[in-house]
Design a protein around this ligand. Structure first.
Ligand SMILES: [Zn+2]
Length: 259
């Protein structure tokens, strides 16, 4: 667990239960925002140490490579327990400390409906943490080494968006990512320990065990979903997000739609 090499406020702080989750749901959006000069930080809640394939060192190396591809400002791993995410109350408190320290304009987390318990737990942890971070009478936990100054002032993020991993949902907003989709493919390709089947893309040897991720249908499914969202608005690819609250616009004319 190490502090990201920057201080808040940041533009986007995206939480993923495991390395690769953020990429599945939002990689192209993060690449687009990074490319526009915005500060984008990813915090992996766990190192994915309980995954069927890939040891934590391998997965850390892959996540760093993906961060380079996406142009992230920083990436950190909070070291919470894989497969037991959310089983103790302090897990949300640690995430609250990260939010308070980095003061993000946008927080991202997994959508709540998902077959993986850690994805559902990650949703709830971040949602609770966003509230805890704003409580004036509460001092959250901070990752070791993060604070050299007194407890940052309470902060509650105003924009929380949930990205999709395994389950479909009707998004509240779509982001046109057609010009950045190649970076999503490349970032996902960095996770050879998770997605390489031995016969498809990737540089790792065949994984030890077959999983839903390396079955050969998972990544095409992700790309098909994003292409479907794009087709809905007449662009090549779009990533969809569910809002914690209704997105508020000044004017309906601010909406870029539909080509
Ligand atoms: Zn995951």
């Amino acid at each position: 667990m190490s502090a990201p090499a920057l201080k808040g406020p940041v533009d986007i702080l995206a939480f993923g239960p495991h390395p690769d989750d953020v990429e599945i749901g939002a990689a192209a959006t993060l690449a687009k925002e990074s490319s526009a000069g915005r500060t984008v930080v990813v915090a992996d809640l766990t190192a994915g140490e309980m995954g069927t394939n890939g040891d934590p060192q391998t997965r850390l190396r892959e996540s760093r490579r993906a961060a380079e591809i996406l142009g992230l400002s920083a990436r950190t791993c909070l070291g919470l327990p894989d497969a037991f995410l959310g089983t103790e109350v302090w897990h949300a408190d640690l995430v609250a400390g990260v939010i308070r320290a980095l003061r993000p304009a946008v927080v991202m987390a997994p959508w709540k409906e998902d077959r993986h318990p850690d994805h559902r737990a990650g949703h709830e942890i971040v949602r609770r943490a966003a509230f805890l971070a704003g409580l004036a009478r509460h001092s959250p936990r901070y990752p070791s080494g993060w604070l050299s100054e007194p407890d940052p002032v309470p902060f509650r993020p105003r924009r929380i968006f949930y990205y999709l991993i395994n389950s479909p949902a009707r998004p509240d907003v779509l982001v046109d990512v057609g010009g950045y989709y190649h970076l999503k493919r490349a970032a996902l390709g960095a996770y050879a320990s998770q997605f390489a089947s031995g016969t498809g893309p990737g540089t790792a040897p065949a994984p030890a065990a077959e999983t839903p991720l390396n079955s050969g249908v998972f990544l095409p499914g992700v790309e098909g979903r994003d292409a479907s969202f794009g087709r809905h608005c007449g662009v090549a690819f779009a990533e969809g997000f569910v809002g914690e609250r209704f997105p508020l616009l000044d004017s309906l004319l601010d909406v870029i739609s539909c080509r």
